[in-house]
Design a protein around this ligand. Structure first.
Ligand code: PXL
Length: 280
């Protein structure tokens, strides 16, 4: 059997009990990638906020300092930290403390801003939140914004039609603000296709893939989780970005024929392919 690496990862994001996003996506995917996956839930919601009405929310901000203090006392630390949907502005500060105190030397930090899509902020967030999450995003080794989030982080207008110069300006602004590697998803230069930009050490690469005309939820979390898992298994950012794109597209395709499954994608169907890809 090929030997996979066994990194100890901490992921901080919400538990949406139903809806296939955030931790219910990240845990199975990162476990399939061979990582010991520790979690810090930012909040517990009955469902995600993208289309369900009347969901419940329990914000866990107040628990975070005690959890972190306990881990510190136990000498617990992590090879990598991956953050997603957070519960409050105050929480961002606790997350930064945890990264400072519990990341092992050389450990990588991955930040998915997880706050907006299709030109609009998710319901729980506002511009003060956007402002507050900037230092976390710009201090990460890798950030994974979609186009909407990248625009919010750089004070650029969000557009649905654009050219390479518009994207180059966004990348320039992200870098000027201190960004490490940038994985910019959902970049489409022509109808029928979309793609992901990998900007690393001043070099831009683009992987174009199929565009599926369906409103999706949780695909950003599927994408980021596969990306993080693949990087932790030693893949380059571009290889990980391609694998995450191919398997996210496959997950959407595997969901398209089921209109009742509007709230998420059937990512479980691609876990065998993910495991196979990482063993090669
Ligand atoms: O997939 C991003 C996400 C995560 N968590 C919650 C959400 C969303 C997107 O709407 O509502 C609670």
């Amino acid at each position: 059997m090929d030997q996979l690496r066994y990194p100890k990862l901490l992921t901080i994001q919400d538990i949406s009990c139903v809806g296939q996003c955030s931790l219910t996506v990240a845990l199975p995917i990162l476990s399939a990638c061979g990582a010991e996956t520790c979690i810090l839930p930012s909040a517990v919601l009955s469902t995600h906020t993208g289309g369900f009405k009347g969901f419940t929310v329990r914000d866990l901000t107040a628990d975070m300092p005690a959890v972190a203090a306990h881990w510190k006392k136990e000498g617990i630390s992590f090879d990598a930290v991956y953050t997603g949907y957070l519960g409050s502005i105050e929480q961002i500060g606790y997350v930064q403390d945890i990264i400072r105190d519990l990341r092992r030397p050389g450990g990588k930090v991955f930040v998915d801003p997880a706050m907006a899509d299709n030109g609009v902020l998710y319901g729980a967030f506002d511009m003060p939140y956007v402002h507050a999450i900037k230092p976390l995003c710009f201090s990460a080794d890798v950030m994974l914004p979609n186009l909407t989030e990248a625009c919010l982080l750089t004070d650029m207008p969000y557009r649905t039609e654009y050219d390479e110069a518009y994207i180059a300006e966004i990348l320039t602004r992200l870098e000027a603000a201190g960004a490490g590697t940038v994985i910019l998803t959902g970049i489409s230069y022509e109808p029928g296709t979309t793609g992901v930009i990998v900007r690393e050490n001043g070099v831009t690469q683009y992987y174009r893939h199929k565009y599926l005309d369906r409103v999706t939820h949780g695909t950003g979390d599927v994408y980021a989780s596969i990306f993080v898992g693949a990087v932790l298994q030693g893949r380059s950012a571009f290889e990980a970005a391609k694998l995450a794109a191919d398997l996210t597209v496959q997950s959407i395709e595997n969901t398209m024929d089921d209109a009742s499954h509007w709230y998420g994608v059937k990512f479980e169907t691609v876990l065998p392919a993910l495991i196979d890809a990482l063993r090669k």
